[in-house]
Design a protein around this ligand. Structure first.
Ligand SMILES: Nc1ncnc2c1ncn2[C@@H]1O[C@H](COP(=O)(O)OP(=O)(O)OP(=O)(O)O)[C@@H](O)[C@H]1O
Length: 263
């Protein structure tokens, strides 16, 4: 069964100054376990699409299902985890207590919570920081805690909106390598919003290119770089070829790719 299925999805925001067609005619299938990146100029509706999948907003038109359920049913079944640009950790809780939070909210017992948190902190390489508070961690470490928290309930789908956007380039590349490993281990499908073409290519099996006004899918670029993606891949000709393919797909959009990182 598909992780996400969007058929003719549209979203119109109405305001006193008129309607904004944020999305129109979005058809997209994300397979279970698949990593899909959404890329496109600022304002093309990437975050809106992610918010519709996450049931943070509702489509105006079309049909959207998550593992065959409505987004609301999928949210209630805890089918997905969410990670945004800001880690959003609670400053008064330790790293462990932050990771345990979703489990605590859903009534999971203390011993099970502690075990799961240990497992997750090991997965993101933070075993030694379980008792630390967020302000004692670097930005990259905080983001790893947020990713651990988003995996707490073993979601089959991760929704990520520029989770590495605020990190320096080196940390960002390290986090990308870790995310590839974490996803391979957890088997979760991912919908990942980014402004960076190399990031989209490094992480994804497919890059979905969007264009604005109204927000549409203008191209879908398959990235055939295999499942094992180490640092060496960034220097490989196949990687550059995929980056070029996405760049060309973006340039094919009728507007300049403002807001897109072409590095
Ligand atoms: N709550 C809202 N009310 C009104 N308009 C909105 C709302 N949310 C988004 N929009 C509009 O919808 C369009 C798409 O916005 P969205 O944030 O999804 O774009 P984006 O591709 O994620 O942009 P960015 O790359 O800059 O984050 C924009 O024109 C935006 O102004």
């Amino acid at each position: 069964m598909s992780a996400v299925e969007a058929r003719g999805v549209g979203k119109v925001f109405s305001s006193r100054s008129g309607d904004v067609v944020a999305l129109e005619g979005i058809d997209l299938t994300v397979a279970a376990g698949e990593f899909v990146a959404l890329i496109g100029p600022s304002g093309c509706g990437k975050s809106t699409l992610l918010r519709l999948i996450a049931d943070l907003d509702a489509p105006t038109t079309g049909e959207l299902t998550v593992f065959g359920k409505t987004p609301q049913q999928a949210r209630e079944a805890q089918d997905y985890g969410i990670a945004f640009q800001q880690a959003g950790l609670l400053p008064w809780r330790t790293v462990t207590a932050n990771v345990e939070l979703p489990l605590e909210l859903h009534g999971v017992g203390k011993a099970e919570r502690a075990g799961r948190a240990r497992e997750l902190l090991s997965l993101v390489g933070l075993d030694d920081f379980a008792g630390h508070f967020p302000h004692q961690l670097s930005g990259g470490m905080q983001q790893r805690v947020a990713i651990a928290r988003s995996l707490a309930e073993r979601p089959s789908l991760l929704l990520m909106d520029e989770p590495f956007g605020a990190l320096d380039e080196m940390t960002r590349e390290r986090m990308q390598t870790e995310l590839v490993r974490i996803c391979a281990e957890s088997g979760a499908a991912v919908v990942f919003v980014t402004h960076s073409i190399p990031e989209a290519v490094f992480l994804s099996q497919r890059v979905v290119v969007m264009s604005p006004r109204p927000g549409r899918i203008s191209a879908v670029v398959p990235v055939n770089l295999g499942d094992v993606r180490g640092e060496g891949l960034r220097e490989d000709a196949s990687f550059f070829a995929a980056v070029t393919a996405v760049r060309e797909a973006l340039h094919g959009t009728p507007v300049t790719a403002r807001g897109v990182d072409l590095r």
